[in-house]
Structures are given as C-alpha cells and as structure tokens.
Design a protein around this ligand. Structure first.
Ligand code: NAP
Length: 341
C-alpha cells in the first residue's frame, strides 16, 4: 500500500511511545539468547479482513507502547485465511515502520490453508511454500519464529523438522518452534533438531486455569530440553474473565459466529468455577483476567502468556497483571479447590 494511502487511513499518524520499555518484563526463552515479553499478543481473532482495521491498528500500537514486542501470527488467521498477516503487514509498514529490529514476529503452518493435498499438515512441500506466502503477505524478508502449528500423524517428523531447518538456513526464519506436540513428540523433535543444528526454540501449547494438561509432563520435558514455552488462550478465549457471568454480551467472542467459542461451551459447570475464581481474584485486588494471566506465568519455565484482545483497554488491563505475579501457597490451594469443585 502507498504511504499516502496509509496516512489517509490512519496507519501512519502515531509513533511508538518513548516509555515502551519501562513497565514490561522480559523472560529468557528456554536456553536461548532470545527474550520475550511476559505478555505477547496474538492475532487469531480481531485482525482479519472482516474486522475493523482501525481497531486492529490501535490495539497493535497500544501493545507495542506497553512493551509487547512479540506478535504471533499464523498463515490461516483471518477470516479470510491470510488476512491477519495482511493487516499486520500494513501496520508494520505504517506506525511500526523502522521498528522491525525491536519486534519478534512469529507465524505458523500446519492447519488447512489452501485446497488440495499440499495446503495442510506437515509436509516439506506445504511448510516451505506457506512461509513464502506468509512473508509476502506481511511484506517481510524473514520471520523471527516459524512454527509447525500441530503434529502431523502421517508425515515423518524428520521431514517436517528438516523443512524448518531449511527455512532457517535460507534466512527466512531466525528460530523455529512447535505447537501442540505431546511430551514424547517434543522429546523426539528436540533430538532431531539438535542433530540438524537448529535447536527447537519454543513450544506453544494450550494452557490456562481450565486446561492444565501440560502440567502432566510437557512442562517438565521443556525444562529438560531447554525449550521455552508460550501458552496460548491463557484466558480460555475470554471465558476466564468476568464477562460471561451475566450471560453472553453482544460484542463478545462467544457471540461471534466466525469464532470457535460457542455459547454452549460456557456451561453452568464452568460458570460456577468462574464465579469462585472471580472472588479469589478480587481478594488479590486483581480482575479475574489478571489473576488468570499471573497464574499461567507462575511457572519459572513459562516464557510468555499469549493473549488475544478485541479492544485496547483489554491490553492495558492484561499488562497490569504483571504488577502482581506472586501467589501465596494458600491462594494456590484455594484456586485448586475452586477448580476441583
Ligand atoms: N498454536 C495454536 O494452535 C493456537 C491456538 C489458538 C490460539 N493461538 C494463539 O494464541 C493467541 C491468543 O488466543 P486467544 O485470543 O484465544 O487468547 P485469550 O487471551 O485466551 O482470549 C482472548 C479473548 O479474551 C477476551 N479478553 C482478553 N482480555 C480481556 C480482558 N481483560 N477482559 C475481558 N475480556 C478479555 C477477548 O475476547 P472478546 O472478543 O470476548 O472481547 C479476547 O479476544 C491467538 O491470537 C494465537 O496467536 C494459538
């Protein structure tokens, strides 16, 4: 897009805040040289071609102003697929022009992206073509992290991981990661990547107060292998906030027909746990969203909590969670008990 058009559309009016590094905490990603902000921003929702571009721009800029240097994308984010990378590319060429070296940009491939047998899963054919498409959509020469988005039960792991190693050697990615791999798959991947000379930087699993599966082995595996961890959906897509306590608000994700969160997922069983957690959060002088993020970040091996947002104020509230991260043992016990009941 031409500079004039970007300016007319409001993409070039603001510059990043000088104070952007004063409030954020940065954590080392596994045994690597890379630091990530304790809170990172993902663009799965609200940055697609059907969303308000001006809101997307405002949220991205506010995030960077608050020290969020890591933005997480994927080939298929939208809708339509690919459009979140296009939106991000426009913001990068607008407000964030000149700041590329202050940003860690990730993208992924692994879910259905284009028709036919070469636009899904984990073949070398798919992963290499998809990264070229992502770079084109974002207007970048390289991404900082390229992920395999989900394990592929049919493709040999060696093929998938050799493709990741290849894009690093091509200079199209600086680091590579995996998402939603089991502990055993992660151990195998770590071994293969070490032998290739491109260590696995990071794992991106689902983790939040309502889904604790990674505590059963993955966190220990990542610590042993020196791999960082960035948890996706730390707010369970917004369920771990107070917004659904009085029904489904019209502008929420559960009311959006394009989302995967449906009103029927917010059951009375979940709501009864949310109500208890909400009381515990207030006792800490936090909102439930803030306590949920602090809880995810309580693990020493948790590099970052990867949030989504639909409006600027949510970023501000979520980043403020970093002001109170510690938990008393009694608080953790009360949380465990609220989740068990
Ligand atoms: N690797 C994978 O397979 C995978 C899968 C899923 C996601 N991800 C990544 O993880 C990122 C985050 O996922 P997510 O968006 O589901 O994360 P999330 O942080 O669990 O949920 C984000 C949603 O919660 C609501 N919210 C956020 N802050 C709030 C606050 N302070 N108060 C009230 N509501 C708040 C907003 O929804 P409303 O619209 O209701 O306001 C927001 O869109 C994605 O963008 C993507 O980068 C990766």
């Amino acid at each position: 897009m031409k500079t004039d058009t970007l300016r007319q559309r409001g993409f070039m009016n603001q510059r990043p805040a000088e104070t952007r590094y004063s409030g954020m905490t940065y954590r080392r990603c596994g045994r690597s040289g890379l630091l990530l902000p304790a809170i990172s921003l993902g663009v799965w929702h609200n940055f697609g071609g059907m969303d308000r571009a001006e809101n997307a721009r405002a949220m991205m800029c506010r995030a960077f102003d608050l020290g969020i240097t890591h933005f997480d994308l994927a080939n298929n984010y939208g809708p339509p697929r690919g459009s979140a990378e296009e939106t991000f590319g426009r913001i990068l060429r607008g407000n964030l022009a000149g700041y590329r070296d202050e940003l860690v940009i990730s993208t992924k491939a692994g879910w259905r992206m284009w028709p036919g047998p070469y636009g899904d899963w984990g073949s070398r054919k798919y992963l290499i073509a998809s990264l070229d498409q992502s770079l084109h959509r974002m207007g970048l020469d390289y991404v900082d992290i390229y992920y395999h988005h989900r394990p592929d039960p049919e493709t040999p792991l060696e093929e998938t991981l050799t493709a990741l190693d290849h894009v690093v050697r091509q200079g199209k990615a600086l680091y590579v990661g995996i998402s939603s791999y089991s502990p055993e798959q992660t151990r195998q991947a770590a071994k293969i990547m070490r032998a290739l000379g491109t260590p696995c930087l990071i794992h991106q699993p689902l983790y939040n107060l309502l889904n604790r599966r990674i505590e059963e082995g993955l966190l220990a595996t990542l610590a042993e292998e020196g791999i960082g961890c960035i948890s996706f959906c730390p707010l369970a897509q917004g369920v771990l906030t107070d917004k659904y306590l009085k029904g489904i608000p019209p502008e929420s994700r559960a009311s959006n027909p394009n989302g995967v969160l449906k009103p029927e997922h917010i059951t009375e069983n979940i709501l009864s746990r949310i109500r208890k957690l909400n009381v515990l959060a207030h006792a800490r002088n936090q909102t439930l969203a803030q306590m949920a993020l602090a809880w995810v970040l309580r693990h020493p091996g948790m590099t970052s909590a990867l949030i989504g947002v639909s409006r600027m104020e949510q970023i501000e509230e979520n980043v403020a969670a970093l002001q109170h991260l510690n938990f008393e043992p009694a608080e953790l016990e009360a949380i465990d008990s609220a989740l068990r009941e």
